[in-house]
Design a protein around this ligand. Structure first.
Ligand SMILES: Cc1ncc(C[n+]2csc(CCOP(=O)(O)OP(=O)(O)O)c2C)c(N)n1
Ligand SMILES: [Mg+2]
Length: 676
């Protein structure tokens, strides 16, 4: 920035505001100094914006941080975590104590390096991977619109505020997010851009000359440019944003590390720990108290901001209580992520019908059949696809399209934006009251992965519908044929990867995904038709144990074939041949490795006994299979894998299975070889 800000003049112009904003700056300096790590500059630069937002605009009640109708505040520039922690401490969120601030970035503290959802109320989402927060926020705003359309303004009437930095706006996902938000006219979404022209390597212009105002305007946003250190301009911009008929981006011109020797430099981005420079900055602020000490009147002023929403919250509770009991219970149910009792019966009826009629259909079609019966009884589901609706089979008859003139729509055309879609789905789930699922090709798990990983880390039950899950998709070729994606998804902690074999298992997978409260699910579904393998109806959800004996051996098993999804029928075919040759063979279907791993050892041993040779069949890479082949009692190590060792190819699916050797014959040959 060309002009150096005059701190004395700023302080004199608005002494009350200055004291409050300085408390954020001083706490940031102290916490980063104590941790000897962190990011000081961003909270110091955005303290004025955040102070005005919390003081005059944000609807919240610090004593009741989970009030469903609160405004959501999302710190997309997650490295500036001390901004959020300082705000939560100052306004009096009970869990954000001074002790926690003093333990910034330490083991066991809720004040992690980057804000982590679940650590403390007031942290609405996990941020740090730049761009995620702004992309989540689109989902928050969609969820608010859908909830308001469903329950009415007296109950749902809030906004989503985001602080995003230069980095968030440079990340590709931000374009996906803002384009979608602009088209959907999410007028309750307000992004405050920390326009400080600094990133880690230097000024922004070393790598970017984008006119952000023009960019947002072109995407259908309202844009306001202000001096981010002028409380009046900040207030007026926020007031204008709240009245806009489209999403608003407020470009806040700020000085990173305001008042510090590192101000306006990339050095100001990181940890400003030099004691001398810290003392000088505090002196420049006119801040005279010791480390971590906020003057009583400033703390009191902040605490009264924290109570500002209490009356509105009380009135909201009265309005909730005035609803019929049935409606209150429904509101509570969806926010508790509870499934209605009728889900089990609905799934069971579909399973029974599928077992009896034994259709030969693709599991993506099975998934659609499940959604056709599930969506009507679960008003909280919101589906969508990244421009592959007809391929992912994610749309059902009863879901209208979510658009500016149809906020009751429960289906979202995300456009070709897998990453933005996945992040928006996370935002919806985090907002609460909504269960989001969305589809793309399994191969494009890669494009969605940063958000899929965060769903797992945040412990939220987003459902990723990934169709066209192997070479079985055929002619589209290796660019579209996933081979490593199951392994990557399975390697991600706290993720259930379902690869169902038929309609029955698909229904079971959906039942588990919907009943999940803390684990995201990946549904890996075929493009090609597969036979029904579960032809005997069982009410019990067999997939819940992750793997089970689908077809027992005739006599004591000498071979166990383990397969998933489209390869289960290959295992059954191989079993027939082997048994005809006098080799008793068991077939185990393993729709979810993670759930199988969670069973006790006795059950795992029962399904995979010591002794028989084992062959796993899956049209993907072997990585992740060794535990079930060689571990888990497979001490004799007589095991083999039938699957992919490299990329696929473009040809009809049947040819590809032949050429890559994923066949019943190859399985039989492998078993013979192992038995010697
Ligand atoms: C996806 C991702 N890439 C890289 C980083 C590492 N990183 C953290 S902050 C930052 C620079 C961000 O610049 P800006 O948003 O302008 O923040 P400021 O320096 O202004 O605080 C980078 C590259 C990250 N956190 N996330
Ligand atoms: Mg910056």
């Amino acid at each position: 920035m060309d002009t150096k800000p005059d701190l004395k003049a700023l302080a004199a112009a608005n002494p009350d505001h200055w004291a409050k904003a300085t408390a954020i700056r001083a706490l940031t300096l102290d916490a980063v100094h104590a941790a000897n790590s962190g990011h000081s500059g961003m909270p110091m630069g955005m303290a004025d914006v955040a102070t005005v937002l919390f003081e005059k605009h944000l609807k919240f009640d610090a004593a009741a941080p989970n009030w469903p109708d609160r405004d959501r505040f999302i710190l997309s520039a997650g490295h500036g975590s001390m901004l959020l922690y300082a705000l939560l401490y100052l306004t009096g969120y009970p869990e954000m104590t001074l002790e926690q601030i003093k333990n910034f970035r330490q083991w066991g503290a809720i004040t992690a390096g980057h804000p982590e959802y679940g650590h403390a109320p007031g942290i609405e989402t996990t941020t740090g991977p730049l761009g995620q927060g702004i992309a989540n926020s689109v989902g928050f705003a969609i969820a608010e619109e859908i909830q308001r359309a469903r329950f009415g303004k007296p109950l749902v009437n809030h906004r989503t505020y985001v602080i995003a930095g230069d980095g968030c706006l440079m990340e590709g996902v931000s374009q996906e997010a803002i384009a979608l938000a602009g088209r959907l006219r999410l007028s309750r979404l307000i992004v405050l851009w920390d326009n400080n022209n600094i990133t880690i390597d230097g000024p922004v212009d070393i790598s970017d000359a984008t006119d952000q105002v023009a960019r947002f305007t072109a995407s259908g946003w309202n844009v306001i440019s202000i001096d981010g250190h002028d409380p009046q301009q900040i207030d007026e911009a926020l007031t204008a944003a709240r009245g806009a008929d489209r999403p608003t981006m407020i470009a806040c011109k700020t000085h990173i590390a305001l008042g510090h020797a590192a101000q306006d430099t990339s050095k100001g981005h990181g940890a400003l720990t030099d004691a001398d420079q810290m003392a000088k900055a505090k002196a420049a602020y006119g801040w005279t108290t010791g480390p971590f000490e906020v003057p009583a009147e400033t703390k009191a002023a902040w605490e009264s901001i924290g109570k500002r929403g209490a009356a509105a919250h009380a009135r909201w509770k009265e309005r909730l209580a005035a609803l019929s009991e049935r409606r209150q219970a429904e509101f509570a149910r969806i926010y508790a992520r509870e499934m209605p009792a009728k889900l089990a019966a609905t799934i069971n009826a579909l399973k029974k019908q599928a077992s009896e009629s034994a259709p030969k259909v693709a599991t993506r079609t099975s998934s659609e059949r499940v959604l056709e019966v599930v969506n009507p009884i679960l008003p909280e589901t919101v589906g969508g696809s990244a421009d592959l609706t007809g391929s992912n089979n994610t749309k059902t008859g009863d879901l209208g399209i979510f658009l500016p003139d149809n906020r009751k729509g429960r289906y979202i055309h995300y456009g070709i934006r897998e990453h933005g879609m996945a992040a928006a789905m996370n935002g919806m789930v985090l907002h609460g009251g909504v269960r989001a699922y969305g589809g793309t090709f399994m191969c494009f798990t890669d494009y969605a992965r940063p958000a899929m990983r965060l769903a797992a880390l945040m412990k939220i039950p987003t459902v990723f519908v990934m169709t066209h899950d192997s070479i079985g998709l055929g002619e589209d070729g290796p660019t579209h044929q996933p081979v490593e994606h199951l392994a990557i998804s399975r390697a991600t902690p706290n993720t259930w990867v379902f690869r169902p074999a038929d309609t029955v298992e698909t229904a079971e997978a959906w039942e588990l995904a919907l009943n999940s409260t803390e684990t995201p699910s990946v549904l890996s579904l075929t493009r090609q038709n597969v036979p029904t393998v579960r032809t005997k109806h069982k009410r019990e959800n067999l997939s819940a144990k992750g793997a089970y004996v689908l077809s027992p051996s005739e006599g004591k098993a000498r071979a166990v074939l383990i397969a998933t999804g489209s390869e289960v029928s290959i295992a059954l075919e191989a079993q027939k041949t082997l048994q005809a040759e006098g080799i008793p063979t068991r077939v185990v279907s393993m729709p979810c490795m993670e759930l199988f791993a969670a069973q006790d050892e006795a059950y795992r041993r029962k399904v995979l006994p010591v002794g028989p040779v084992r062959v796993a069949i899956e049209a993907a890479v072997q990585q992740g299979w060794d535990r079930w082949l060689y571990g888990e009692g497979g001490r004799d190590k007589k095991a083999g894998f039938i699957g992919m060792t490299g990329f696929g190819a473009s040809a009809p699916a049947g040819t590809l299975y032949e050429k890559f050797g994923i066949t019943a014959e190859a399985t039989v040959a492998k078993v013979r070889e192992l038995l010697g």
